[in-house]
Design a protein around this ligand. Structure first.
Ligand SMILES: [Zn+2]
Ligand SMILES: [Zn+2]
Length: 298
């Protein structure tokens, strides 16, 4: 079995719409062999790739989980900056996007929105149009969405709320190992089904202090996500070699502070006793016979 350095998940952004510098918008990088897959592109994704010294144009596939703006806010930046000829860009082939229904409309509208930039850079800096073209695949059901060089990616629908559809998580299979990313979801049986046997299960989490839970808008936010107690139930039922949190929805107000990471862990421990990490930006997981956690944030 490999030491895991050939199959790695790095959390580029573990945040939510809150514009904090500590946790950038939702984004994860999955590396399998020489392939690099970006899952969502939340605020700051390009900055994190630059910190990792990975040219933005080096991304082979952009996956999208759903169309909440915080998950796709940096998509135009990944697409456009990845086209620049400088060392941090370098893409000369089309930007490959795979997502649930809506991906074609999003990319088509971005092409309209940025048409002037594309025209100018092509005429002025002579960047090839092949590097700014898009190659978009949509899907509308559970199943494989990508397969290449031993990497298989399976999309599975999750439950992010009655009107927040479509929304999908992803399961990555590579060399007999499995990493699963839940996307945004409530407690959901499909995550348990597709998370079964995972070496790494990365799950979202949301929490608010009891005094804030009286507010209707807070109840609405929490109802779209999974509280730590229920995340623990998911982990106990899937038994991953390592469970990790990302997308920390820590609800606060002007007067009520957010729950702490320790609060979230304590709640999780009521229903789950196994290995658990609370994700941080630039935390990486090397998936071998064990999962090795590395923190890259300076
Ligand atoms: Zn969402
Ligand atoms: Zn979200």
């Amino acid at each position: 079995m490999s030491d895991g350095s050939d199959f790695r998940v790095t959390l580029l952004g573990t945040g939510v719409p809150i514009p904090t510098p500590d946790r950038f918008g939702p984004c994860a990088l999955v590396e399998a062999g020489d392939q690099k897959i970006l899952v969502d592109a939340g605020r700051g994704a390009t900055i994190r790739l630059f910190q990792l010294k990975i040219p933005i144009g080096r991304i082979d596939v952009q996956l999208i989980t759903h169309y909440h703006s915080d998950h796709v806010a940096c998509l135009p930046d990944v697409w456009l900056t990845g086209w620049l000829a400088s060392h941090f860009g370098t893409r000369t082939k089309p930007y490959r996007v795979i997502g649930p229904t809506g991906a074609k409309r999003l990319m088509g509208n971005l092409e309209l929105a940025y048409a002037d930039d594309i025209k100018i850079r092509h005429a002025d800096e002579k960047f090839p149009l092949s590097g700014i073209a898009t190659d978009v695949t949509e899907f509308d059901a559970d199943g494989p969405v990508y397969e290449k060089n031993g990497l298989k990616v399976i999309a599975f629908e999750v439950d992010h709320g009655d009107v927040i559809k479509p929304c999908y998580g992803y399961r990555f299979e590579y060399g007999g190992r499995v990493a699963v990313l839940s996307s945004d979801t409530r407690y959901n049986q499909n995550v348990i089904k597709h998370g079964a046997g995972a070496n790494l299960l990365v799950h979202e989490v949301a929490s608010a202090r009891p005094e804030l839970m009286k507010e209707a808008y807070v109840q609405r936010i929490i109802a779209h996500h999974t509280v730590p107690y229920d995340c623990g139930r998911v982990f106990t039922q899937t038994q991953p070699k390592l469970a990790a949190y990302t997308h920390l929805v820590l609800v606060a107000s002007n007067t009520v502070p957010p729950p702490t990471v320790a609060d979230i862990v304590a709640e999780t421990r009521k229903t789950y006793e196994g290995p658990l990490e609370v994700g941080e930006d630039l935390m990486s997981f090397e998936i071998g016979s064990t999962v090795i956690v590395k923190r890259l944030m300076p």
